[in-house]
Each structure stands twice: as structure tokens, then as C-alpha cells.
Design a protein around this ligand. Structure first.
Ligand code: PMP
Length: 404
């Protein structure tokens, strides 16, 4: 007899994999913000930021199928869709730029590190204390949130996240000074503009500006990691950096870009990538292939045509207002449909996340102590779905807090 799936998985897959939830989910299908497991039970997805348009959006599925049936090659042949997509994507940027397409956010950030080193002649990279930027050697070395087993490079300096209005720029300035003291020239400041893994710090909008200025003064470039905040999630802007009134040298993106299809990219100001491009060939076999571009173009059009950014704004504000009313939640942060609700400690947050799952609503937690509930539903999330989340959370908090 075949052993249960969980056992086979543990035997056959790398021990590095981690499942969500004490009681793992075995999913069979998805539609909109709803997921259905193999037993036919429905779950409200308030966590998956890879599907801004909702699971299995028909227009995006059709675009992927149509291009798959016609042709799939790579970027060394002329093809309309990659240029049409670059055109549509770059039109959402407030400055002139050029795009490189990759298969993952990690590859985009990895490329950004190479470009920064090439352009500045420096080595030093500045990140936040609990940052996550990817799985490659270079990006894992700037991802302290991966855990104690990760070796940050000698060239890496961390700065505290802007907890409780602390002066983020002061941290960046002292990291620059420390790099210089050690004879390391700063090359790059990398910030996830919503501080997703640091505990979600969105406000006050604008606080990133002096930090970026300090990096530029030291000769370093600024990379906005928009893998989580990008494509309208903040509700007010297409890109998280826009809330801060800053102009990044490079912008990396991924996750929501193809509504689940693996596609990611790096957008650079032309003068930043010029010398790198002139001397180093970039070819990423699957990056920017016609099917990936068809998926990305359809996703961007759905975000625009269905006004998903506006929906993120209104439903996000509605949801946040409700969240603040629950006892046990000390602080509610975030913008649009990306929010953090701070609880007393990580043990309580973990119980809440698991109990929500038992009751059919999927969320997670974030921050160095794991005490911040992380809520990031698809951008199609409705008020009614926000009500379901809130009512479930209210009942769960009541139970968990009563237990002490
Ligand atoms: N940057 C950030 C902020 C991310 O959240 C992630 C993925 N969690 C990445 C980079 C890496 O993206 P990917 O998993 O597509 O390589």
C-alpha cells in the first residue's frame, strides 16, 4: 500500500521544505479568493499574494493556454509580446527605465547585486535586520530572516527596521560609516518598501527618502525590492517606492507578476545598466519567454481593467478599521491589502494562525518574533470576504486570549 502523502513527501523531498500550518493543507483547486481541499472543504485565502487577480483567473489562464499552444521559445528571437509587455510595464513607472526578465524574484535581486557592483565598483550591501531577498547564494547572504544558519557576507551590514518611528536613515548612515571604516565601498542599499519580513512598516510615507539620499551620497545604488509591495498591492500606487517619493536606481519584482506563472524581473534606469549591458551578456533560458510574457501581460491588464489597486485601497482600509477593534491586537499597520496586526507574542500569533486555518481562513505571521499577523489576500478580496476574515479572527482571538 502507498504510504500517506505527507510521509512520501518527507521521504522524497529535500528536508529544507517547510509546510504551512500544524495541520497541513492538501489543496485541489482555487477560484477567486477561495481554495478547495481534496475533501471538498473551502478555505478563504487571505495570504496568497501571488494571485492578485484571484486563483485561476479565466482571462490569464486563457492567455497562458493560447500562447502555450502557439509557441514557446526564449529571448534570443524577436517576439512581440516581450516588447509589448515591457512597454505596458514601464508605462507604470514614473521614470524612464529598461527591463530584464527573470524566472524569480531571487534572480532579479541577484542580478541587481551584480549590476550594482559593476556600476559602483563597490562591494558593500545594506539591508534590514530581518530582510528576505531570495534563495541564490548572493541573495541568501542578504536574507537574515532565513535563520541563524545563514551566513551574511563580510560585505553585508544590517540596519534596524523602522519600528515605532525610529530614524531609519540614521541606521543606514551608520552602516555606511561601518563599511567605510572596514575599507568596503558601499554598492547597494536594498529595501523591501513594505518591510514584509521585518514586521510590516509602511508609515509615515516618505521616511525612506533620507536613507536613499544617504546611500547615493556614499556612491551606492538603491534597489527597491517590490516583490511583495508591487503591482498595486499598496492600494495607492502601483509601486511601494512611490509612496516614499523616491526614485530607485533599480526595482525588482516577481510574485504577483504572472498571477502564479513563474515570471519576475528587474527594471533599471538606463544609465545604471548601460555599462553592465555593454560588457556582460544576459541570457536566462526561461526568463521572459513568450508564455511568461503572455501571463504577465494578461495579469497587468486585469489589474488595470478590473481596478484591483482601487479595490485594494477601499477593502484594505475597511479591513484595517475592523482589525483595530479586536482586543489583543496592539497595533495595526500596513496599506492597501497588505497588513500586519501585532499581538503580544509569537506563541499567541502562531495559535491564532493555526486556529484560523482550522476555521477555514488562511493567514500567516511575520516579524523577528513572529508576533505580527500577516494578512495579504488577493487584490480582488471583497468586503464580504473581509467580514468573514474579521468575524473568524474575532472568535479565534476570544478563544486564544481566554486561554491566556
Ligand atoms: N524579495 C522579497 C521581498 C520576497 O518576499 C521574495 C519571496 N518571498 C523574494 C525576494 C524572492 O522571490 P522568489 O521566491 O520569487 O525568488
Amino acid at each position: 500500500m502507498t504510504p500517506p502523502l505527507l510521509e512520501r513527501r518527507q521521504q522524497l523531498l529535500s528536508p529544507s521544505y517547510r509546510l504551512f500550518y500544524e495541520e497541513p493543507l492538501h489543496l485541489a483547486s482555487g477560484q477567486g479568493a477561495w481554495l478547495t481541499d481534496v475533501h471538498g472543504r473551502r478555505f478563504l485565502d487571505a495570504y496568497n499574494n501571488v494571485v492578485p487577480a484571484g486563483h485561476c483567473h479565466p482571462r490569464i489562464v486563457a492567455a497562458i493556454v493560447a500562447q502555450t499552444e502557439r509557441l514557446n521559445t526564449h529571448t534570443r528571437y524577436l517576439h512581440d509580446t516581450i516588447v509589448d509587455y515591457a512597454d505596458a510595464l514601464l508605462a507604470t513607472f514614473p521614470f524612464p527605465a529598461q527591463a530584464t526578465f527573470t524566472c524569480s524574484g531571487s534572480e532579479a535581486n541577484d542580478l541587481a547585486i551584480r549590476i550594482a557592483r559593476h556600476a559602483t565598483g563597490g562591494e558593500g550591501v545594506i539591508i534590514t535586520e530581518n530582510a528576505y531577498h531570495g534563495v541564490t547564494s548572493a541573495t541568501a547572504a542578504i536574507s537574515p530572516s532565513l535563520g541563524k544558519g545563514v551566513n551574511l557576507g563580510m560585505h553585508v551590514r544590517t540596519v534596524p527596521a523602522p519600528v515605532a518611528g525610529t530614524d531609519f536613515a540614521a541606521g543606514v548612515r551608520s552602516a555606511i560609516a561601518d563599511l567605510q571604516r572596514h575599507g568596503i565601498r558601499p554598492a547597494l542599499l536594498v529595501v523591501d518598501t513594505l518591510f514584509s519580513s521585518d514586521g510590516i512598516f509602511s508609515d509615515p510615507a516618505g521616511f525612506l527618502a533620507p536613507a536613499v539620499e544617504a546611500a547615493h551620497e556614499a556612491g551606492a545604488l538603491f534597489l527597491a525590492d517590490e516583490v511583495q509591495p508591487g503591482f498595486g498591492r499598496t492600494g495607492s500606487h502601483m509601486w511601494g517606492f512611490e509612496r516614499h517619493g523616491i526614485v530607485p536606481d533599480m526595482v525588482s519584482m516577481g510574485k504577483p507578476m504572472g498571477n502564479g506563472y513563474p515570471v519576475a524581473g528587474l527594471v533599471c534606469q538606463p544609465e545604471v545598466i548601460r555599462d553592465f549591458g555593454a560588457s556582460i551578456r544576459y541570457f536566462n533560458t526561461f526568463g521572459g519567454n513568450p508564455v511568461a510574457m503572455a501571463a504577465a501581460l494578461a495579469t497587468l491588464r486585469v489589474i488595470q481593467d478590473e481596478h484591483l489597486m482601487e479595490n485594494a485601497h477601499t477593502v484594505g482600509a475597511y479591513l484595517r478599521a475592523q482589525l483595530t477593534r479586536h482586543p489583543g491586537i496592539h497595533d495595526v499597520r500596513g496599506v492597501g491589502l497588505f497588513m500586519g496586526a501585532e499581538l503580544r507574542d509569537g506563541t499567541i500569533a502562531s495559535r491564532v494562525v493555526n486556529e484560523m486555518r482550522v476555521r477555514g481562513v488562511l493567514i500567516s505571521s511575520s516579524g523577528p518574533a513572529g508576533n505580527v499577523l500577516k494578512i495579504r489576500p488577493p487584490l480582488i478580496f471583497s468586503r464580504e470576504q473581509a467580514d468573514i476574515l474579521n468575524n473568524t479572527l474575532g472568535a479565534v482571538l476570544e478563544m486564544v486570549l481566554a486561554d491566556g
